[in-house]
Design a protein around this ligand. Structure first.
Ligand code: COA
Length: 140
């Protein structure tokens, strides 16, 4: 992610999430040493992004979103596979994420890529209030 693509990502956040990350948050987290923020482009056009924060040997996926025009084309899968490669090259042992209980599209994506459902956080999300499903991907 660059400062330029962070602008696209901030617009996509507004479209996808009830508590969107701002441009400043994306720059602060995405451009620092612990941040692994990757963008996807289709024919040069911004198509989506995935962000991971790395602490010690753990990577927390904090954002994954694909522009509506480019969904169901393998972009989300490519982003998550690229994050797995990045995690491996950083020597991480586990990747983690949480997802709204109603978000079956994202859950199917994670399960297709071998992520394991490891728990549920009751009422984790607001607007609307909803449980968060926890997934881990073990790398070692
Ligand atoms: C979830 C999201 C990132 C998927 O991105 P995508 O580029 O459309 O996904 P892909 O085309 O790479 O699909 C990969 C797999 O995910 C699953 N999947 C993706 N979208 C799906 C849908 N609408 N319904 C069912 N399964 C779906 C399928 O298993 C698919 O594999 P298949 O094509 O072999 O069936 C996208 O729908 C999105 O941006 N949603 C809004 C933001 C969001 O919910 N982010 C996740 C927050 S945790």
């Amino acid at each position: 992610m660059t400062k330029e693509s962070a602008k696209n990502a901030a617009e996509l956040e507004k479209l996808c999430f009830s508590a969107p990350w701002s441009y400043e948050m994306l720059c602060n987290q995405g451009l620092c040493e612990q941040g692994e923020f990757l963008c996807a482009f289709v024919n040069g056009e911004f198509a989506g992004y995935a962000g991971m924060i790395c602490v010690l040997d753990e990577g927390q996926i904090c954002n994954v979103a694909v522009c509506p025009l480019f969904r169901r084309m393998g972009v989300g899968e490519a982003l998550m596979q690229a994050q797995r490669k990045a995690a491996l090259s950083r020597g991480l042992s586990v990747m983690m994420l949480e997802v709204r209980a109603s978000n079956t599209a994202a859950q199917k994506l994670y399960e297709k890529l071998g992520w394991e459902k490891v728990g549920v956080r009751k009422n984790f999300y607001a607007s609307p209030r909803e449980d968060g499903v926890l997934y881990n991907l073990y790398l070692s």
